[in-house]
Structures are given as C-alpha cells and as structure tokens.
Write a protein that binds this ligand. Structure first.
Ligand SMILES: NC(=O)c1ccc[n+]([C@@H]2O[C@H](COP(=O)([O-])OP(=O)(O)OC[C@H]3O[C@@H](n4cnc5c(N)ncnc54)[C@H](O)[C@@H]3O)[C@@H](O)[C@H]2O)c1
Length: 437
C-alpha cells in the first residue's frame, strides 16, 4: 500500500500542470529484526550539554553508529542533550547550536531531544519543559523531508535504557513517529541489544490479530522470536489461520466480548504454554454517529470491544498467567486524545484505554503503554469517504498515512526489553497528525 501521490506518474503530471500537491517524502522503513547493527550506517552527532549523560551516550553509541562531530558532514541523526540547561538565558546557546546543525541534516533523518525535569528549581523546570514545545514545532518544520523529531524525558532513567530507546527512535523502524514526548524512568532491568532474537521464548497474544495493525504486530513479534497467539472472531478464521500458519503461531477464534472469553483464552494459553509474556490489546471497532443519533447499542458495542474486553482479558492474566515484568500494549487512537466528530463512543473507549494502560503501570509490576495510531491504511480506514481519507493523510506533518507496519514496529519495541523504562506512556504513531497535536 503506497501513497498514490508518491507514484512517479502522478508526480510528473502534478509537476507538468503546476499543481500544488503536497507530495509527501518517501519514508525509509526497516522491517528487519532488531539488531546491534540497526543504525550502524547512520552518521549521528551528540550536541548540547557535556555532562554525565552525554559521556555515557558517547560510550554506548560509539560502537552502534558513526558518531561524528565533523560539521562538514550531513547527519542522519542529531541527539540534542538539553538536560542541565537551567535558565532562559542558557537556551540561547542551545538555539544557536541547534540552528547551526539543522541545515546539515539528511532527508529521513532523526532528531532526538533529551530533557530532564528538575522539580527543585522552578525556572529550570520551565526551561526543560520548553524543549517539549521546541520538539513539536521542529517536527512540523522537518516533516516535509521525511525527518522526525522526538523528545525523551529521561527522569531517573539509566544510561542503557536511554541508549536502547535512542536506538529505536534513531532507527528506520520509527519513521512514522514524530513530535512525541516519551518519558523514560528508572527500571530494575535492562538489556543491551544483541544479534539474538529479542523475544525468543516469549509467549504473546494479539487480539484482533487476523488483519490490519494486529496482523502486522503478530508478524513483528514472530520476527523477533515470540510464539504468537492470534485471537480474533470466528468470522475471521481464514485470515487468522493463514497468518498463524505463516508465523508458526496459533489462532484462537473467539469474540472477546463473550462472557467467558477471558477465562477461555487464559485456559488455552496456560495449558499450552504455561505463561504469558506479552499482551497486545488491539481488537477494535468503530460505530460512528453523532451523539444525538447514536444508539445505545452503538455506544455499548464500541465500549465493550475496545475497552471492557481488553480490561477483562488483561485482569484475567494479572490474576494468573503474566510473568513478573510482562509487557502490555493497548491500542488507543489520536481520536482518544483529540476527540472526533461522530466518535464520542470511539474516542471515549480509546481515552479509556490510555487511562487503563497508565493505571496498570502504576499499580502492577507490568510494563504497560498505549499506542495511538493516526491515519493508518487498513480495512478500518479503507471504508471512509475519500475526502475524509485524504484529510486524514494530508493533515499531518509527514503529509501521508501510515502503514500497519509502522504501528507494529512500535508495538514490537514496547513488547521488548529495549523499552524498559518506558511505562505508562501513550505514544502516537501518526506522522505528526494535526489532529490532537
Ligand atoms: N487504522 C487506523 O487508522 C487506526 C487509527 C487509530 C487506531 N486504530 C486502532 O488500531 C486497532 C486495529 O485497527 P485496524 O485498522 O487494524 O482494524 P481492522 O478493522 O483492520 O482490524 C481489527 C481486527 O479486530 C478484530 N475484532 C473486532 N472485534 C472483535 C471482537 N469482538 N473479538 C475479537 N476480535 C475482534 C477484527 O475481526 C479485525 O481482525 C483498533 O483498536 C483500532 O481502533 C486504528
């Protein structure tokens, strides 16, 4: 599924007719297994404060990419260490250095800004927070080049976790993620990337895994070594079974809103595999109508599939089945952040999912995060009217819709030890959508 505006013929016609079409940049994407060599070809520089954080990043990243400070180079990645900047006056140097480098950046590059809140000093707190606004604005300026800008708030995080997160956000697995602020906290475990499969011996469930984003997520989890159980409705048996066969996984056909669905899924998984490491709550539906015209049935079906069934299934494994630091990912939506006309039910269910992931992160030893896709090219969005579809694609910093694989790569990262330290976040995969920005 590629964007029709990126078709060379359409480009040629638009150029010949002088049409001001927003031709989106072709994004570099990498769907190979995560590896130590993920960003080895990238020229990366670290600028900003020279403190303990930048020293340890230099040490860790030195063997993973081409770390350079030669300004005649064009960079594929710029890491801006803004931690420790305390006063408004100090931001001038930050501005000058960032400005000097920004013209020295390749297409499809990655900018990552690091901040660290200092709650003991009010001005410093405000200054650190200001870099979040800086990141969001910069992401909008760079989008036309296919370049992304994201922000890591590294409060309490340990260097290995910072480096692992940087690895993902510098990689071509994060091409459709931009303008995001991600919080990294301290955790008790951390894994450096190796050439071994990241998710070897892990057992994973993906609900709604027969097609779309769920199917792409199942493929990524399998690629990284997990045994994947695809849970989907019986009507999706052909797709679910075919995919299960392809990825050497299992298909478990059930409507997750059924009363005993959670118990049945748990029984199946525990009898067959004895534990659950990863749960991706992905199944979702839309039943759009304005509030005035929405039926109770439309409200209930969306709330039940998108939220209640995920809560039931997750709670069932919290009671029994999850390994200690299991990973749970909940599919939200930018509609759950910004709201959308005709989607009071859907937006409520997705905001609820963000809240539920956050609540798990605060009350259990499980790592839980929400992923909020923007406009992604799937069966769910295929049925939208053309005008709405085009709006969804073009009203974004990257001027295009995303692919299920873009969301799947983030799900894979959040399901892996690489994301230790990221807990209770909601990360958008929306190409910098103006909706809810
Ligand atoms: N596609 C997008 O642009 C987009 C944007 C934001 C959020 N999302 C969210 O991402 C998730 C996946 O979206 P998608 O576009 O791949 O959707 P999709 O419609 O292509 O696939 C959804 C899958 O969920 C399954 N499912 C639905 N109800 C179920 C039930 N009761 N029990 C078991 N399985 C059930 C379906 O059979 C289907 O296989 C959803 O939660 C959706 O809300 C998608």
């Amino acid at each position: 599924m590629s964007d029709f505006l990126q078709n060379p013929l359409v480009k040629q016609i638009a150029k010949a007719m002088n049409l001001p079409l927003p031709i989106p940049a072709l994004l570099n994407r990498n769907h190979q297994p995560f590896s130590d060599t993920e960003i080895e070809h990238k020229k990366v520089t670290i600028i900003g404060n020279e403190n303990e954080i930048s020293k340890s990043l230099h040490k860790i990243l030195n063997s993973k990419c081409i770390l350079t400070t030669e300004y005649e180079n064009k960079f594929d990645g710029i890491i801006v260490n803004a931690t420790g900047i305390q006063t408004v006056e100090d931001t001038t140097d930050f501005f000058k250095e960032a400005q000097r480098l920004i013209s020295k950046i390749n297409k499809n590059a990655r900018v990552l800004i690091l901040s660290k809140e200092d709650k003991t000093n009010r001005e410093s707190f405000a200054v650190q927070k200001s870099f979040e606004g800086f990141t969001r604005a910069l992401s909008k300026e760079l989008g036309k080049y296919g370049t992304t800008a994201n922000h890591l708030k590294i409060t309490d995080a340990i260097p290995e976790n910072i480096a692992n997160a940087i690895l993902f956000f510098l990689s071509d697995k994060s091409s459709f993620i931009t303008g995001q602020v991600i919080e990294l906290n301290a955790t008790n475990i951390s894994t450096s990337v190796s050439n071994n499969q990241l998710l070897a011996n892990k057992i994973a469930i993906v609900t709604g895994g027969a097609r779309g984003i769920g199917a792409a997520a199942a493929q990524v989890l399998h690629r990284e070594g997990a045994k994947v159980i695809i849970v989907d409705v019986p009507q999706a048996s052909d797709d679910a079974n075919a995919l299960a066969y392809e990825i050497n996984g299992e298909a478990f056909l059930i409507d997750i809103t059924q009363n005993d669905a959670a118990e049945k899924i748990q029984k199946y998984v525990l009898e067959k595999f004895g534990k659950l490491d990863i749960l991706v709550n992905n199944a979702g539906i839309t039943r759009d109508k304005t509030l005035a015209k929405m039926s109770e049935q439309q409200w209930n079906s969306v709330m039940q599939v998108n939220l209640k069934a995920s809560i039931n299934l997750t709670e069932q494994f919290i009671k029994n089945g999850f390994v200690e630091h299991a990973k749970v990912v909940g599919l939200a939506s930018i509609s759950g952040i910004a709201g959308n006309v005709g989607q009071t039910n859907y937006s409520a269910s997705k905001a609820g999912m963000i809240g539920y992931m956050n609540a798990i992160s605060k009350t259990t030893s499980i790592y839980a995060n929400a992923v909020a896709p923007g406009f992604i090219e799937t069966k769910m969005t295929e049925s939208l009217p053309l005008f709405v579809k085009e709006g969804g694609r073009r009203l974004s910093t990257l001027k295009q819709g995303g692919l299920p694989e873009d969301v799947a790569e983030l799900i894979g990262f959040l399901s892996s030890p690489l994301s230790d330290g990221i807990n209770g976040n909601c990360i958008r995969v929306c190409g910098g959508s103006m909706i809810g920005a």
